[in-house]
Design a binder for this molecule. Sequence first.
Ligand code: KIV
Ligand code: ZN
Length: 501
Amino acid sequence: MEKIIIFDSTLRDGEQSPGASLNTKQKLEIAQQLAVLGVDVIEAGFPIASVGDFEAVSLVAKKVKGPIICGLARALKKDIDTCFDAVEHSKKRRIHTFLATSPIHMKYKLKMTPNQVFQAAVDAVKYAKSKTEDVEFSPEDAARSEIDFLCRVVEGVIDAGATTVNIPDTVGYSIPKEFGEIISKLFSRVPNIHKAVISVHCHNDLGLATANSLSAIVNGARQVECTINGLGERAGNASLEEIVMSLYVRKKFFNGFTNIKTEEISKTSKLVSSLTGMVIQANKAIVGGNAFAHEAGIHQHGVLAKATTYEIMTPQSIGLKSSEFVLGKHSGRHAFEKKVKELGFKLVPKEFEKAFNDFKALADKKKNIYDEDIEAIIESEISREQQIYELESVFITSGSEVKPLAKVKLKRDNKLFSAEASGDGPVDSAYKAIEKIVSQKFKLVDYSLKSVSIGKDAVGEAMVKVEHKGAIYFGRGTSTDVIEASVKAYLSAINRILRKK
Ligand code: KIV
Ligand code: ZN
């Protein structure tokens, strides 16, 4: 098994994500967590870029023990000096210097000839090497560079003392087969290639950063540069969690391993997301909110029977407690039964069937079903069993310019009764219509309405107190429709009164 070095660039390339900037304290907190996670190298920043970056890299170099602490520098003496000053305090320090080698970058950005670029790269590595032993060189935009020139530069910088040569797909242009071939060609054409570790650094402009990095590993790369949650310039970098978990889940295929404590992945991902303010998309591989969530009934049943039917890694392997069974319109009886038990209810088959049907009806109306929704359904199911009058339907006309009118239909012993009434508002009108059907007047002494779950489509819970012959009767009703909830609450109090009679 080959060890794959994990080089984390969350604090450098990741922090270059628009809107993701971090202060020194936050960078230190992330670096400390990266050390716990077990990354081999932390690229802590670009020290010449700003005073803040310099301070953050030096603080990380002073405080964080374990990983190599690396700083980025252009192929310029002043950059390399500043970078060295920042990483100097780490026992394990690295200078990472870079210069573009693609025709487009050399001509338009650097305005240098290939020979000048070659010489500047070699000189930069020699200078960095005079300061510290561990030197990395990146031929920027390597994936769009001419292969002969790339081979020449790689050979030159290794001769100059580079211990790691990193091959970046700077603009995320490459595709896996092609990128793998670049790495393979370097191995077959650069005579001194085995004197350095070959690394890759892939951007995600075509969504191929992880695939390109893995293809490079298959072709001999032994260091991968990546970031937590795939942060980075534009569409980001290869994401650490995807690379690491691919190597973990498909160990045999890659014949490789990393030193990452995978159970720290979820915690690290959440920390980076909260400190950078970069929200993780729900369907992001490994760390997205839905990565271990199952909604479809067939999947939920499968996972309950044997988790590996639909899970290729355990949630525990990335530090989550368990998979999540999301109850929604695609969920089936098995998941609903599991939830009912978890919430501590014991339902007889008839109650269960009714509650399940109510849940399905609610799931059609409401996107997210919370535990409170299920509780509300079950509680109203249990009280429905003891009902004398049951609500069949309620129809309301109401508004600022019209007199409210309620048409209520109730069922008793399988017979339908209906009545219409007008009152002070829609609820009062409905209550008056109920009183007409029941042929009795009741005194409402308290009425309250609250939401028992979250969101615009939350379940509303109405509570009433009704006075009858000196006694107080409570009633409770729930529905996503507040009028329906109010009617159910009044009816449940009236049913109590009638049962007492
Ligand atoms: O994308 C890139 O080429 C880089 C280099 C500095 C390695 O970030
Ligand atoms: Zn980059």
